[in-house]
Design a protein around this ligand. Structure first.
Ligand SMILES: Cc1ncc(COP(=O)(O)O)c(C=O)c1O
Length: 400
């Protein structure tokens, strides 16, 4: 018999994944080109050519015993960590060194490592809705309690009054994700400053350390020159969780890193704990070939113009049909208001037109739906007549 804890996890298992399976089923019946699958955040821009070249060069030139072996430190190759630190220092004016960097198995691995390192049973972790649903599972993995801040559906910046009211002596961590999945919103510098001030005050009030965990898989995916503040500069107890899943289109390769700055409370112990957590969670170390790719491709990025074209076309197309949504400044998601309160009914209606979209309740924000536009441009263009048919079912939508 599986554990009680897993029983719940299996029962609540990802609706997004289920949708993805549904996409495959429909594609078999109707043909892939007639299914408009906006369900999954799986990048469809290929990894930069430099990635392939780096892999080929490494296989040719590196000692295979070293290349495919365990790393000396569970935190990863020292030269790779130093290269990541140097690159961050150059970009953001920080002063990291290799010990501040722990290579991880993607952002998901990094979040699990840091939560494992921080949480005692019953500790609270705050997340701002709408948020990536896995935060609840990751917190639950270490017997923490996820505390939710309700969504601000005006501009999707975090509600700081509610945040302040919900911090308790048990609050151990706060997770932010900007650019955000599912809204595409970038938290403003003003938001970050205010959030940091609230957390500083609460740390003093309770005599505790409250860590700000910045989950950043979408940092490089921004449009129209949007700036994403680097959070260690605003709040000392910040840990960054970065990933190359989206920035280099390598989601299946599972590579990212944590930054635990010297300024963070108890940083030496926390760095050691992250090292041990990497080992005992069974990761042992982040994939070695991928670590080497990171070093070789530090200045490479995905082709953002591809997503930008999809963003403009889908956003403008849906607005014309009367749908309400804010224009995303980053990531590759559009968060659209459902024309009816029950957004799951709206998703079911969309499916009749082979449009696969994800209910906002998967992100603790019912009444909205998420569209992942990391799909082909043809999919976006050809989906619009289907969205028009769908919109026809809702006379309350005001066409522009
Ligand atoms: C907000 C957010 N955090 C973390 C992850 C996990 O990313 P990774 O592939 O780096 O583990 C995702 C993946 O989509 C995400 O959207």
């Amino acid at each position: 018999m599986i554990s009680k804890k897993m029983e719940n996890m299996v029962a609540n298992s990802s609706a997004i994944r289920a949708m993805f399976e549904e996409g495959n089923r429909l594609a078999k019946i109707y043909g892939r080109e007639n299914v408009f699958d906006f369900s999954l955040g799986n990048p469809n821009v290929p990894a930069p050519g430099a990635v392939k070249k780096a892999i080929m060069d490494m296989l040719e030139e590196e000692d295979p015993v070293v290349l495919h072996g365990y790393t000396n430190s569970n935190a990863g190759y020292q030269d790779v960590r130093q290269a990541v630190a140097d690159s961050l220092n150059e970009r953001f004016g920080t002063q990291f060194h290799y010990e501040n960097i722990t290579m991880t198995v993607g952002a998901a691995g990094g979040l699990n490592v840091i939560l494992k390192a921080l949480l005692n049973p019953g500790d609270e972790v705050i997340a701002f809705a709408p948020y990536f649903g896995e935060y609840r599972s990751y917190t639950n993995n270490y017997d923490g309690v996820l505390v939710e801040i309700s969504p601000n559906t005006v501009d999707f910046q975090p509600k700081l009054d509610e945040f302040e009211a919900k911090i308790t002596a048990k609050t151990k961590a706060v997770i932010v994700n900007t650019p955000n999945n599912p809204t595409g919103v970038v938290y403003s510098e003003e938001t970050i400053r205010k959030m940091a001030a609230v957390m500083e005050a609460k740390q003093k009030e309770f005599g505790t350390d409250i860590y700000l965990i910045s989950d950043e898989p979408y940092r490089e995916l921004v449009y129209d020159g949007a700036e994403v503040p680097y959070l260690t500069k605003y709040y000392a107890n910040t840990v960054i969780g970065y990933s190359y899943s989206k920035s280099l289109s390598l989601p299946g390769e599972r590579i990212g890193y944590l930054v635990i700055p010297d300024e963070a409370a108890d940083s030496e112990n926390l760095i050691n704990a992250a090292n041990v957590a990497t080992r005992i969670l069974g990761f042992v170390n982040a994939p070695t070939l991928q670590q080497k790719i990171v070093k070789a491709c530090l200045n490479e990025k995905t082709d953002i113009s591809y997503y930008d074209r999809n963003r403009e076309t889908l956003y403008n197309g849906l607005k014309k049909l009367g749908f309400e949504c804010i224009k995303p400044e980053g990531a590759f998601y559009l968060f659209v208001k459902s024309p009816v309160a029950d957004e799951k009914a709206f998703c079911a209606a969309a499916k009749k037109y082979n449009l696969l979209i994800v209910p906002g309740s998967s992100f603790a924000c019912p009444g909205y739906v998420r569209l992942a536009y990391c799909v082909s441009y043809d999919t976006v263009v050809n989906s619009l007549p289907k969205f028009a048919e769908l919109a026809g079912e809702y006379p309350e939508l005001q066409k522009c």
